[in-house]
Write a protein that binds this ligand. Sequence first.
Ligand code: ATP
Ligand code: MG
Ligand code: MG
Ligand code: MG
Length: 447
Amino acid sequence: MKIRIVDLLKSDIYGIDVYVRGWVRTHRQSKNISFIALNDGSTVHNLQIVIEHVKFEKNMLKTITTGSAIGIKGKFIRSAGGKQQVEVIAGDIEVYGIADPQEYPLQKKEHSLEYLREIAHLRLRTNTFGAIFRMRHNMAFAIHRYFNERGFFYFNTPIITISDSEGAGELFEVKTELKDDFFGSPANLTVSGQLEGELGALALAAIYTFSPTFRAENSNTFRHLSEFWMIEPEVAFNDINDNMDLAEDFLKYLIRYALENCESDLAFLNDNVDNGLMDKLHFVANNEFMRLPYSKAIEILQESGRQFDYPVKPGIDLCAEHERHLVEEYFRRPVIVTDYPKEIKAFYMKQNEDGKTVRAMDVLFPKIGEIIGGSEREADYTKLLQRMKELNMNTEKLWWYLESRKFGTVPHSGFGLGFERLMLFITGMTNIRDVIPFPRTPRNANF
Ligand code: ATP
Ligand code: MG
Ligand code: MG
Ligand code: MG
């Protein structure tokens, strides 16, 4: 019976013949018997394979080195002793592909994360990255499940677009091979699906996107990639408070989902990457987020007496160091900052009555700082047009966006969650390059 190791370890089909395939993590040889730790990618746990030397050809056994791919047919039994509880006694071995120990880099010794980034094609085969990418899958699945259960529709926005919703010089232009533009007109890779997502919400009422997003971030930080994935729900008839409730509920759901469904990978990461990981996940899942306006956040930062690299004064955009101070030192819990000055936020955010601030909300997490950015959108055609003119924006280019306010406009709101920032929090990793299989950062598109 062909079976994945994850299913085998959960079963109690002792005494039955099984057929497992995978990669050799270690091969320990003694005189008459040897033990293979086999991993097939389905779980962080290895399956112990017992090989009685008399049954097999010596030369074949020698080729089964760390990293080789093999298939084993044998009897699944409870182990007599030792650490392992179960094992397979090999009856038949097939060697698919060997890995020369002189060349294969993933031998027993520990490698630095920096080095592993240089061999992104092979780091996938380590326990750490196996755990991370299985969890990445589980989180993506949980995201779709969360929205599907609540009546949101998965809505796809274009990757090639003309809308640069933030307008911060972070665009990658799109060109055909022979022309210097997109068949006669300029185009860029999307920096956010929001503007198009809003159109979806104004028709289907509640939508979400889950898409690749591109920003020419020329900053080398632990939390920025040039290509990342963003989840953007957009909801008609929702105001800023509904939006905050949605963001908090959504994040807690995802963390709880991980705790309930990724037990062995989380336990591995807790033991090997961040000893406080489980505690942090439980804490965030079970405690209310702090909500406060930007003006109060600035006051707290100014009164903190801390010397920040980027000095704090009213009107500045918050940087990671400010955000982390609020979350890690002051409130010691996730924080939602609202009502930012309109100058530092995008044109589409709904203006407050004070004429100075907008209904923005950033969700700040420990270690990461901003994990979500969102707002109630300006639903009033005249106000939106006026704001775009104040900012000297090209209103013709966004005629379709403006028209959405002309016909049947409704209050609506939404936010963007950076998938890799969520993955940083959920896995305990500290560099965003380590939670996406093939990271894209400046001068780094080889893998
Ligand atoms: P930051 O202040 O960290 O540069 P931002 O305010 O520019 O982020 P938004 O435009 O609000 O980001 O995008 C929404 C979300 O997308 C952010 O809250 C974050 O989780 C994620 N995000 C933004 N830029 C990046 C990036 N370069 N790499 C990975 N995730 C990102
Ligand atoms: Mg940014
Ligand atoms: Mg920001
Ligand atoms: Mg933001």
